[in-house]
Design a protein around this ligand. Structure first.
Ligand code: AMP
Length: 199
């Protein structure tokens, strides 16, 4: 396990603390940056949800560069970076460029034009399905999964299944923010998780 990564069962950081390691400026610096630039929107998209809005962070060039650097750090052996629709696309494509890797979109059902693998997962009410192109990965490729927020872990776990269905290997998951009170790590056993900020 490298600095800045944890695995399921490894315990999260205390409230508002950064996961260790990561960005060149240090984990405390990146955590403060994220806290300052990610905006809480209450009751969006439905009552009771505190939405973590990353658009102020994306609009700050220095903050965006620092976050992309921290998500990429230590992942030099990665062949592909998979981004989860839609905010994950922005971050994953940036990380892919930084790593010299390819980018793969993981999309909601019915959006990809070619033959796909699909994976369904439970939401609080109902279920959702995500897809990836069947030829998105070569067998044995190492894949880093990137998204903005890890909440219940359902989306991340479904993405791990898709990568494995396609014959590739999951190198890890990297997110800006992990909502540890929702227990997402428990749905991702054995998957290295880098969360730049754990709340
Ligand atoms: P989950 O499957 O519960 O881990 O949810 C993760 C996915 O839903 C990610 O793609 C996030 O972008 C989104 N998401 C879940 N909860 C939030 C939240 N509180 N604020 C922003 N995005 C969220």
């Amino acid at each position: 396990m490298t600095a800045g990564q944890s695995t399921a069962g490894g315990g999260g950081a205390p409230e508002g603390r950064a996961a260790e390691g990561g960005a060149a400026e240090g984990s405390a610096g990146i955590a403060e940056l994220i806290q300052a630039r990610v905006r809480d929107i209450a009751d969006y998209p439905q009552p009771g949800v505190m939405f973590k809005d990353i658009t102020p962070l994306l609009a700050d060039g220095a903050a965006l560069a620092a976050v992309v650097g921290a998500l990429s750090s230590g992942h030099d052996g990665v062949d592909k970076v998979a981004g989860i629709e839609a905010r994950g696309f922005i971050l994953a494509a940036s990380v892919a460029i930084q790593l010299g890797a390819g980018f793969v979109p993981v999309r909601k059902q019915g959006k990809l034009p070619g033959p796909t693998y699909a994976q369904s997962y439970d939401l609080e009410y109902g279920s959702a399905t995500i897809e990836v192109h069947q030829d998105a990965f070569a067998p044995g490729e190492r894949v880093l999964i990137v998204d903005d927020v890890l909440a219940t872990g359902g989306t991340g776990a479904a993405t791990v299944e898709l990568v494995r269905k396609a014959g590739a290997e999951v190198a890890g998951i990297a997110v800006i923010m992990e909502l540890s009170f929702l227990g997402g790590q428990a749905r991702l056993p054995g998957v290295p998780i880098r969360s730049l900020l754990v709340v």
